[in-house]
Every structure is written in structure tokens, then in C-alpha cells.
Design a binder for this molecule. Structure first.
Ligand SMILES: C[C@@](CO)(OP(=O)(O)O)[C@H](O)COP(=O)(O)OP(=O)(O)OC[C@H]1O[C@@H](n2ccc(N)nc2=O)[C@H](O)[C@@H]1O
Ligand SMILES: Nc1ncnc2c1ncn2[C@@H]1O[C@H](COP(=O)(O)OP(=O)(O)O)[C@@H](O)[C@H]1O
Length: 289
């Protein structure tokens, strides 16, 4: 038996870091939303009782280090499943980009195997299982748009943001999330207005959403990789309405309200980055959520 599951990328419209916790993680307050750039995960039941990972992307681990492998392994152990699965990952989302590609692959694997192995795990429990794999996996289980707190795993649903285009530009460097958090120092002057972002989304206020874009991790990554600042400048120069780095980076995204402007920003960025995408925000939660 086979199943295809989509694993969309996320962007952080607001990312505040409140404090460092005693467990090594940071307390965050973020607004996250899914966009329609997605990996495709094919799950096929196999009789050898093993988990197989197949991917043509050279940056994606083909073994137990893959987050999709971890997802299948955790489900098997937690719910006493003996059946094996072959997981084929067709990557579209750039790797180590601040777009949660690996987390979304893990979440799609959990959702898909929940059906394929007929486990009937309620969605909130599936999100708790996901949190054991990574802080962003819970959000990816639900999809849509959410306010995420705790270390990122406490999810409150938000309505879909006002309609717009998102231009994603990924410079040819990968960024380690752990390195960025490690270099981050909590500073009273570095707190984006996450409440302002929530309000703008609830009121469907596109201008308010643009004004409240903010990411406390941006200054750390910009210091490590000045090319990210350069891409931000180019995105602004070519006419994006508002520009921000996603997550720990290095992907930069620009919001564009009118379709007539999308091609100009997209083409402008193609001159600076190999990986540029013009996508829409995915308003709704995943079908199972
Ligand atoms: C920064 C964000 C924003 O959405 O995304 P990415 O840039 O990774 O996409 C997330 O907070 C990343 O979540 P995720 O990538 O799942 O992180 P995890 O695997 O749980 O953690 C990787 C490492 O990052 C650090 N970490 C992560 C989350 C958190 N709230 N505080 C932390 O300090 C820890 O050092 C941890 O060992
Ligand atoms: N299915 C997967 N897809 C992408 N990367 C994965 C996957 N599984 C494990 N990884 C590892 O996770 C790291 C972070 O990747 P990714 O989730 O794409 O980035 P980010 O945490 O910046 O959103 C990569 O360096 C990669 O080695």
C-alpha cells in the first residue's frame, strides 16, 4: 500500500526569543505560517520490518539521521508497530534554510503513517509525538497559521493572514539552527511585536502585517553571513512591501500584495540567488487537523 503526503515549508512572520531555559532551549513567541512550496513524501508499506529512506538530494541524510526516519521509528516504538515502510522524499524545500523542511517531512510522515498503519492517534497527541523530534514539528502537524510558544511546540491556531505573495530567496549557504541560538543573547531592545502581528492577522490588516514583521534571530545570522543583509537590500530595492529573514535563516522572504509586482521582485532576485520561489501563503490547516 502507498500514500503521498505533502510537506509544506513554513516562514516566521514574527519570531521573538524571550529567555534561555535551563534545558538549553529558548523560550520563544512566534507567528508561523505555511507557504505552498512543498516536499513530496511517498510512504510505501514493506514486509521486511525496516524503515528505508530514499532521496536524491545530496544534502538530505539517507539514514536514521533523517527526521522522517526518526518520525517513523518513534511511531513504531511508541505504538508497537511491526510493519516496515519505505519513505521516498522528493525535496523542493531548500535544506538548512530556516523553512523547516526536515520538520515538515517528519510531520508529513507522522500524519501519513497514522493513516497507513491505521493508528487513529488524535491530532493533538500526534503533535506531542512530533515535539519529541524537533521544536517545529508540532506546528507542521497542524499547518495553517499559528502562534507558537514554549520552545515552539505550544500551538494556538490563528486565522489565515491577508492574501499576498511571498518571494523566497535562499543564498547558497546553510545555517545551523543550534549555532544561531547558541550565539544569541537576550537583549531588551530586540523584541519584535508578535502581539502586533497577531492583531494584524486577526484584523486582516496587510499593512499592519508588513509593519510588524520581525525576527530576533536576524541580527545573529546577519553577523555570521553578511550576504543575507545584501539579499534583504535587493528584495527591498526590487519593490517587496516588507522583507524579513525566516527562522534562523538564511532564507529571506518578501511580501508582495499585488501580482503585477511579483515577476519584477522574482526576476530581480534571480540575479543574486540560485534558489528563488514565488509562492502563496497556505491559509488553512492540514486536512486531518
Ligand atoms: C529557528 C526556528 C524558528 O521556527 O526554525 P528554523 O530556523 O530551524 O527553521 C525554530 O525555533 C527551530 O526549531 P527546530 O529546527 O525544530 O529546532 P530543534 O531541532 O528543536 O533544535 C535545534 C537546536 O536549536 C536550539 N533551539 C531550538 C529551539 C528553541 N526554542 N530553542 C533553542 O535553543 C537548541 O540548541 C536545539 O538543540
Ligand atoms: N528530511 C530532511 N530534510 C532536510 N533536512 C533534513 C532532513 N532530515 C534531517 N535533516 C537535517 O536537518 C538539518 C536542518 O534541515 P532543515 O529542516 O531543512 O532546516 P531548518 O531547521 O533550517 O528549517 C539539515 O542540515 C539536514 O542534515
Amino acid at each position: 500500500m502507498k500514500m503521498l503526503v505533502k510537506a509544506p515549508a513554513k516562514i516566521n512572520l514574527s519570531l521573538d526569543v524571550l529567555s534561555k531555559r535551563s534545558d538549553g532551549f529558548h523560550e520563544v513567541k512566534m507567528v508561523m505560517t505555511m507557504v505552498d512550496l512543498a516536499d513530496r513524501i511517498e510512504l510505501e508499506l514493506v514486509d521486511d520490518g525496516m524503515i528505508h529512506i530514499l532521496s536524491h538530494d545530496r544534502f538530505v541524510p539517507g539514514d536514521h539521521r533523517n527526521l522522517a526516519y526518526k518520525a517513523a521509528d518513534l511511531l513504531r516504538k511508541r505504538y508497537n508497530v511491526t510493519q516496515g515502510v519505505a519513505i521516498t522524499i522528493q525535496k523542493q524545500i531548500p535544506v538548512a534554510a530556516g523553512l523547516a523542511g526536515g520538520s515538515s517531512d517528519a510531520a508529513a510522515t507522522l500524519r501519513g503513517l497514522n493513516t497507513l498503519w491505521d493508528l487513529r492517534i488524535p491530532i493533538d497527541e500526534l503533535a506531542e509525538v512530533g515535539a519529541e523530534i524537533g521544536s517545529d514539528v508540532s506546528f507542521c502537524i497542524y499547518g495553517g497559521t499559528a502562534l507558537a510558544t514554549g520552545r515552539g511546540e505550544v500551538i494556538q491556531e490563528l486565522p489565515a493572514p491577508p492574501k499576498c505573495w511571498v518571494i523566497l530567496a535562499k543564498p547558497s549557504i546553510g545555517v545551523s539552527t543550534a549555532d544561531v541560538y547558541h550565539s544569541f543573547k537576550v537583549d531588551k531592545d530586540n523584541h519584535p511585536n508578535t502581539e502586533g502581528m497577531v492583531k494584524a492577522i486577526k484584523e486582516q490588516d496587510y499593512k499592519g502585517m508588513c509593519e510588524n514583521l520581525g525576527n530576533a534571530l536576524e541580527s545573529v545570522t546577519l553577523k555570521m553571513h553578511p550576504e543575507v543583509a545584501h539579499i534583504k537590500e535587493q528584495m527591498e530595492r526590487f519593490g517587496a512591501d516588507a522583507v524579513l529573514m525566516s527562522g534562523s535563516g538564511p532564507t529571506v522572504f518578501g511580501l508582495v500584495e499585488y501580482e503585477s509586482k511579483v515577476q519584477r521582485v522574482y526576476n530581480g532576485l534571480r540575479g543574486f540567488c540560485d534558489q528563488v520561489f514565488a509562492v502563496r501563503i497556505l491559509g488553512d490547516r492540514n486536512p486531518l487537523a
